[in-house]
Design a protein around this ligand. Sequence first.
Ligand code: SF4
Length: 458
Amino acid sequence: MHLIIANPRGFCAGVDRAVRVVDELLDFAEEPVFVRHEIVHNHAVVGALAKRGAVFVEEVESIPSGAIAVMSAHGVAPAVVSEAKARDLRVVDATCPLVTRVQLEVARHAKAGHDVIIIGHRGHVEVDGLLGYFQSAAGQIQVVEDEAEAATVEVGDPARLAYVTQTTLAVSQAERIVDVLKSRFPALIAPRGDTICYATQNRQDAVRKLAERAEVIFVVGAPHSSNSRRLAEVAREEGRRAYLIESADEITADQIGAAAHIGLMSSASAPEHLVQASVRRLSDMFPGLKTEEFGKAETMFFRAPVALEKLKKEKEVMAQAKAQAEAEAKAKAKERAEAEAHREKLRQPIRFDGLDDVLQTAADLAEQLRETAVASARVGEREAEMLVNIGENVRDRAVNEELLAEARKMEVVDSLRRSAHRAVDLGIDAVGVALRVGSDAVDSFLSTPRRSLDTAAR
Ligand code: SF4
């Protein structure tokens, strides 16, 4: 048994970019990440992102005001983005740049007053988005799904008619529809570039080559994915049995039948781990299975939307500000704790190293107080002596002068003498007060250790 795995396969650059957007947002956003519609049409991809916290909704009105809202790779009408902005949502538009190219083509035709035919599938989210880009009072836009519709569609002015295609159509089918339209409307204006994208074309080419060698082909992809369904259809167009599978469990021996060469392919929205799971299942079913890869992988890469980078930057700035505020709050808390510890220390009673230490400290304090009292008494004595001297000096001078009689009469000398004696009394009082204060202080100083000793004794 031979297994041939085609290249290029799996995620295209647009899908890779859209999934990366949600992945990165989930990495750094602290709030929920809302995604309008499935980011890409694949249940495994959507399930894995939902498990990480992404919230998928169908309408913008289901997203709470101010939240992050991602628009899926398929694109949306401008009205949806306006509604999201009116709801104050932080929009990250993950529309594939190649879908954007088609949207701009539709907008250009609308501006030029052309009628437009979209070749695609009605109700597909990409087509709904394209319809929203046609803002014209003059022209009209309509969808054509197949050759039968192309043969009957009515248009306003065939001389001013343009067409675009959904990006994920089967190239061959789109060409057949365009041929019918051109036969009816020879002036039909073609898009400026291919509107079926490179990834769709490359995978369809790869599956065609695969069909040259494989009798049965498994296409890994979701049944509601347009590009996945087209791959299986292309394989069938090439005359091969083809099965669209979402998971390896769906592969059965009946499907393979008598085939000696099995082909394996995956769509632009299918992750590689599902391909590898299919390889393991086939290896289990057919021991000795020979596996071969053919074709070349793609290298196309689309950069992340600017809105994502902006949001990331905002978050970084906010994280830095938060870290700084936390560091400042921490430093303040440390300062407060240190100040409180210091106050607590001051509130604690002085610890003495035994009773001798207490008595020595009390004796030192009493000595200091005694010295203060003695110094006060000396000041009183000096004042008294000075006053006495002054009085005696005045008396001596009075004795020697004729004013003596008058001085006696005024009792100046006696008055001064009384003042001197009073000053001496004051000095003595000061000594008494100082000694009392000292004694009270010593008592109060000793009361704490005494209480501790009493408590210890009890
Ligand atoms: S299939 Fe094409 S248009 Fe669609 S996301 Fe991929 S690259 Fe873009």
